[in-house]
Ligand binder design. Structure first.
Ligand SMILES: Nc1ncnc2c1ncn2[C@@H]1O[C@H](COP(=O)(O)OP(=O)(O)O)[C@@H](O)[C@H]1O
Ligand code: SF4
Ligand SMILES: [Mg+2]
Length: 323
């Protein structure tokens, strides 16, 4: 069997408040094979970004605690690295595309020097080699005039162009794993499709594994093989993408799928939605955290939290799943 490009085992993230541990992420495990894309979906506040940052070791140290059995990239343990060792793998073996390119691109450097620095740190090379790599990388995300773009500062570019530059920076070293946290949110459709095409190209050409975090299930349906549905820091369903959209088994997954706008919905008719809101980590209901919002809830659902049995690679954490 292939070694997963990314393997996460028993990841937990919590905030301590007095003697309480408030879990933002609670015991999640998953694998992504080389060349495959996995979607991580769930409403805002479910713990998706925290998961991404924890995998990369980028969570702020103050106030946030993490634990895991292991996090491996191509079979190599990365969860217990020193800061210096971590810098060696970030960008080369695993890279992240953030939702807010504005804050990820240092405004005092040109786009070319920012992207070139990532390449130089991992591969070295003459100025000419680095310039060539930067231009190729900018071209690969659709810039027709890469030399000119390389000479600009982040604030001189539009939001969409900054996001494309950040994709160029994240992909210049052709990492084994890319984590993309809402990479296309609030972008126009042309920029969105360039970004998704570039990720798909890397998946094919370099067997890059992609963890795609998005609240846009349309993006997930088109681009991901596997889907992880997260609610209140727990994985509630793990399945393949086709199956999720045809036969979601967890009531929360089914609710998310029914929220996708349908092209053929008649004007004036309301869209299905999930009533209520995601509770914060310090106010999780006992038992199944989804119970207060679930139309299938029964008393048993308040008594214990259902476990995800994914021994076969797919599974659902629910006492009364949809069949
Ligand atoms: N610094 C923090 N202190 C306390 N709680 C936080 C902090 N950052 C995030 N959280 C909480 O952690 C949970 C997960 O947040 P996040 O991973 O950002 O969700 P998502 O990306 O799915 O929208 C949320 O309940 C959020 O309120
Ligand atoms: S365990 Fe119960 S409350 Fe939770 S999702 Fe399943 S049916 Fe709903
Ligand atoms: Mg987020």
């Amino acid at each position: 069997m292939k070694t997963p490009a990314l393997s996460v085992s028993n990841l937990r993230i919590w905030f301590e408040s007095g003697s309480n541990r408030n879990h933002a992420v609670d015991n999640i495990s998953f694998n992504i094979l080389p060349g495959e894309a996995t979607g991580l979906v769930g409403e805002s506040g479910c713990g998706k970004s925290m998961t991404a940052l924890a995998i990369l070791g980028l969570l702020p140290a103050a106030g946030i605690k993490t634990s895991c059995s292991s996090i491996k990239v191509n079979g190599i343990e990365i969860s217990r690295l020193s800061q210096a060792q971590r810098r060696d793998i970030l960008g080369r073996d695993i890279a992240m595309i953030f939702q807010q390119p504005g804050t990820a691109l240092d405004p005092v450097f040109t786009i070319g020097s920012l992207i070139g620095a990532t390449y130089r740190r991992h591969f070295g090379g003459s100025k000419q080699v680095i310039r060539q790599a930067v231009c190729e990388s900018l071209e690969s995300v659709g810039f027709k005039d890469p030399g000119q773009i390389a000479a600009t500062y982040p604030h001189q570019l539009s939001g969409g162009m900054r996001q494309l530059a950040m994709i160029a920076m994240a992909t210049i070293c052709k990492p084994a794993v890319i984590i993309a946290d809402e990479p296309t949110t609030s972008l126009d459709s042309a920029t969105r499709s360039i970004i998704l095409q570039q990720l798909a190209r890397l998946q094919k050409s370099h067997q890059t594994a992609v963890l795609m975090i998005s609240h846009d299930l349309g993006v997930i349906r088109q681009n991901c093989n596997q889907v992880l549905v997260m609610y209140c820091g727990r994985l509630v369903e793990k399945t393949d993408s086709q199956h999720l959209f045809a036969h979601a088994r967890h009531p929360y997954s089914a609710g998310l799928v029914s929220c996708i706008p349908q092209i053929n919905v008649q004007q004036g008719s309301s869209l299905a939605s999930i009533p209520g809101q995601v509770p914060t980590a310090d106010r999780l209901p006992p038992g199944c955290h989804f119970a207060p919002r679930c139309t299938r809830a029964r008393p048993v659902c308040d008594e214990a939290a259902p476990e995800l049995d994914d021994a076969q690679g797919v599974g659902v954490a629910c006492f009364r799943p949809l069949s």
